[in-house]
Design a protein around this ligand. Structure first.
Ligand SMILES: [Zn+2]
Length: 341
C-alpha cells in the first residue's frame, strides 16, 4: 500500500490513514486538531469574559497562557484538558515526565505544525494546580446559558430589539462580525464549496436542492454555533424545494424558563418597549434572516459568472408562525421561505 508523510506528526502513514487526498494529515492528527480547536475556542471565550469584566490581571493572563500551552500538549495526545478529570490529567502528566521530549501542536498564522519541548521546560506541579483552578471556571463561562445571557445583553444594548429599518438584523450582523467571524466564515465556505460542487456550467446552481440536502448542518451551525441557541431545543422539519433558488423550511425552538427570564430582565434594563414573547420572536426570526448575508454573496457570484445583469439579493419570508407562551417556556415555530429577489 502506498504511503504518505503526515504534515503534522511527520510520520510515515498508510494512504488509507489520511483524512483526505489533498490534506496530507493523518486521522490521528486530525482528531488532535479538532480537540485543540474546541478547547482553544472555550479558552478564548473565557478570556473575552475576563477582559469585559476587567478581571484580566497579569497573574491570570500568565496562568491562562500556561493552560493554552497545556492544550497544545494534551490535544496532541488527544486529551481534552477541559473534559479530563484530575486523575487522568495527572496520569497524562506522569507520562510526559517519563520522556525527555514532549510533543505538542503548534498553531501559528492559521496553520498547525508540530513543536517539541524539552521536559525541563515545564513545571508539572504548577500545571496540575493551574488546570485544577481554572477548568471549572472556563467550562462554566462556556455554558450555553451564559453565552445566551451575554448575547441577549449585547443585542438589547445595541438595538433595544427595534426591528424598524432592520436595526435588529444589522446589529446581529455586527455581532457576527465581531464575535463569530471564524464560524461564519466556515459556514460561508461550507455553502460556497457545496454549491460549487453541484454547479453545471451555464445554469444557475440548484441552491434550493443544496439547502434541501444540507439544511440541518447549515441552520444548526447558524443558530447554535454562531448564535447561542441550544441545539437540544431547536428542530427543523418539512424542507421543501420549489424552484432552483426557492427553499422552504419549518424551524422550531423552545425557549426555556431561564432564557425567558433573561429576555424579560434585559428588556426591563434597556427599557425595551416590547414584552418578552415579542422579543423572543423578533430575536429568533432575525437570527434566521442573517443567512441572507451568505446567500446574497452566492447569488451575486453566480449571477456574475453567468453574466446575468439584473440586480439580485436573497430574502427570507415568514410564511407561517406559531407561538405558545407559558410560565415555563416560550415556543416559537416558523415556516420560512428563502429565495432570490
Ligand atoms: Zn499525523
Amino acid at each position: 500500500m502506498s504511503s504518505f508523510k503526515c504534515k503534522i506528526c511527520v510520520e510515515k502513514k498508510n494512504l488509507g490513514d489520511s483524512v483526505s487526498l489533498e490534506s496530507k494529515i493523518c486521522c490521528t492528527c486530525f482528531t488532535s486538531i479538532q480537540i485543540h480547536q474546541r478547547v482553544a475556542s472555550k479558552i478564548s471565550f473565557y478570556k473575552k469574559i475576563l477582559k469585559e469584566r476587567e478581571e484580566m490581571t497579569p497573574i491570570r493572563k500568565n496562568k491562562i497562557k500556561l493552560i493554552e500551552t497545556m492544550n497544545n500538549i494534551f490535544s496532541f495526545s488527544r486529551g481534552d484538558i477541559l473534559q479530563l478529570n484530575m486523575g487522568d490529567i495527572s496520569y497524562f502528566i506522569e507520562e510526559y515526565g517519563n520522556n525527555d521530549q514532549i510533543s505538542a501542536l503548534r498553531f501559528w498564522k492559521g496553520r498547525y505544525s508540530l513543536k517539541t519541548y524539552d521536559r525541563s521546560y515545564f513545571n508539572f506541579d504548577k500545571m496540575i494546580k493551574t488546570i485544577k483552578a481554572y477548568q471549572n471556571r472556563i467550562n462554566s463561562s462556556n455554558q450555553i446559558k451564559n453565552k445566551f445571557w451575554r448575547f441577549v445583553n449585547i443585542i438589547a444594548k445595541e438595538s433595544k430589539f427595534v426591528v424598524l429599518k432592520d436595526l435588529l438584523k444589522i446589529k446581529l450582523f455586527e455581532y457576527i462580525h465581531s464575535e463569530q467571524k471564524s464560524n461564519y466564515t466556515w459556514l460561508k465556505d461550507f455553502i460556497f464549496e457545496g454549491v460549487a460542487r453541484i454547479y453545471e456550467p451555464g445554469l444557475l446552481p440548484n441552491i434550493a436542492l443544496y439547502f434541501f440536502n444540507n439544511y440541518e448542518r447549515i441552520f444548526s451551525t447558524l443558530m447554535t454555533q454562531i448564535f447561542p441557541f441550544d441545539k437540544e431545543r431547536i428542530s427543523f422539519d418539512f424542507p421543501t424545494v420549489n424552484s432552483r433558488t426557492d427553499f422552504g423550511l419549518k424551524l422550531h425552538y423552545r425557549y426555556n424558563s431561564q432564557e425567558v427570564k433573561f429576555i424579560k430582565d434585559v428588556a426591563e434594563i434597556f427599557k425595551v418597549k416590547w414584552d418578552e414573547p415579542h422579543v423572543s420572536r423578533f430575536l429568533f426570526i432575525n437570527c434566521i434572516k442573517t443567512i441572507t448575508g451568505i446567500l446574497d454573496e452566492v447569488f451575486k457570484f453566480y449571477y456574475k459568472k453567468l453574466k446575468i445583469r439584473s440586480p439580485v439579493r436573497s430574502i427570507v419570508n415568514i410564511s407561517g408562525s406559531q407561538q405558545k407562551s407559558t410560565k415555563k417556556y416560550d415556543e416559537v415555530t416558523y415556516w420560512i421561505a428563502l429565495r432570490e429577489w
